[in-house]
Ligand binder design. Sequence first.
Ligand SMILES: [Zn+2]
Length: 283
Amino acid sequence: MPDSMARHSLSFDVEEHFQVSAFESPMRRRHWEQFESRVESNTDKLLDLLNQRGVHATFFVLGWVAERYPSLVRSIASAGHEVASHGYAHELITAQTQVAFREDVRKAKGILENILQQPVLGYRAPSFSITKDTMWAIQILVEEGYVYDSSIFPVMHDRYGVPSANPQVHQLSTQAGLLWEVPPSTVKCLGVRIPIAGGGYFRLYPYKVLRALLRKLEGEGSPLVMYLHPWEFDPDQPRMEGSMLSRIRHYLNLDKTEGRMRALLQDFSFAPIRRVFPQIVPL
Ligand SMILES: [Zn+2]
């Protein structure tokens, strides 16, 4: 199906399995260079899967990854996908100063644009960490030339979320100008807004339950905004130490992601964010 017919957006946050926020620690960060890199092979696997189905998506690539694997960024773009920014160093915004955040998003955009020789307009924060406390990030994104953000999760969660946030695609106004916000999908069930956008939720719910919830949202006329990570397609990744909750969230049902993804691509039609929401800037 051509992208122009697709109703829903699909995106991937491209990072190494050892960079996820659930396992974040200063000690581990110092050892990033020593872990086995799996991001290239995992992303290649994902690109093959999408290519088989003729589906295009948005890839929010971490600057740290792009710097080391520029050819990976070029392969994503040349396969017809949208490339956007996941920041440079995968630090939670809630743990950054405004100066450090600006430096991080500027560096990532510069690296990606230097590789692709075209503007990179979208941003997604590590672990959706634009919260009530870090709303200042929105104006900095505008000032740094970003046109849209996909980081404000309208749910209650221990590490992220703005429960009262607008769940639809909308514009945020700042002193520096407007920024489009593309919130990950949620659905209201019995008065509670629950996340169904992807990641751990995608692996947690039985697929039939997830599909029913996605159909409900689709029936309400809302385009889906879904996300996954290349490491979620890698059940053989080395296990990291961490809290029981983090380990459950990260490793649950990794062996099921690929099969579920194939089913999802069969059941719904997807395209990159800027194709599904051309009001941002058409791709
Ligand atoms: Zn991430």
